[in-house]
Ligand binder design. Sequence first.
Ligand code: BDR
Ligand code: CA
Length: 306
Amino acid sequence: MIKLIIDTDPGIDDAMAIFYAAAAPEISLLGLTTVFGNVTTQIATRNALRLLEAADLQVPVAHGAEAPLSLPPFSPSAQVHGDEGFGDIPAQQPIGAPVAEEAADFLIRMAREHRGELVLCPIGPLTNIALAIQRDPEFVKNLKRIVIMGGSLEEGGNITPHAEANIYHDPHAADVVFASGADLVMVGLDVTHQILCTAADFRSIAARSPALGGMLQKMSEFYLKFYETVGKFDGCSLHDPAAVIACSHPTLFEVKKLPVRVSCTGETSGATVEADKGSRAATSVCLNVDAQAVKTLFLERLALLP
Ligand code: BDR
Ligand code: CA
């Protein structure tokens, strides 16, 4: 059983990833930590609580950083995920509240309590993870692995020609994580742009899982419309679910091990590039994927939900 914490900015594909983790028999979800990105951190925390309540999962949510490490705070754009993060679904107040501990401290404590076993799956900007690394020199050693949704080696960017959105929103934090020496897997656009779902796929999930699948189907309408405007994809990318699936099914991904650094200035800011040999520990960068197998897992498992 994989002990997993997802650090998230929900977000439509974040919701897909969290519901996938709820459905996957080999994943034990220990909590969610929240960050800005697709929405503000306030909205991310509210949405994370709502998703857990919808899935009837009683695990803690820890509210995270509200601004990048070094860049000024920014206002999220509503273009991809809508004003409230879930496309056209209106905001709903959760019943519960986040834990008192802030995200980075929660991560540090959980890594200590589950020493050597905890897998961290950040699917938003890496600010909370960088703060945990900076606050506790033992943090990385206590973790089993970090599987990041973010970056791009050969595919180019999705928010600028060079940068993927999660890395772009806090490049300094991302560089701290890539330099940390953790067992790191990068699930970036090189693979997530290969894993696509269509409106018909979401209708089939909703037909078998009316409550949670139905919620994802409604959200996906907004997300698919955005992808239509991009033009080059036949469907929408399963970015964040791909990272969760890489935690439990690593053999579906082909990796190349190389040191990675993040450009933090100029027009390439947020780009993930190969660092000088020996300058830092290698990251397992996913460069190819059995996209059909990942998609089948996603569709089959979400359909098991109520
Ligand atoms: C990443 O950016 C966000 O829009 C998505 O939720 C995903 O985590 C893809 O670039
Ligand atoms: Ca995300």
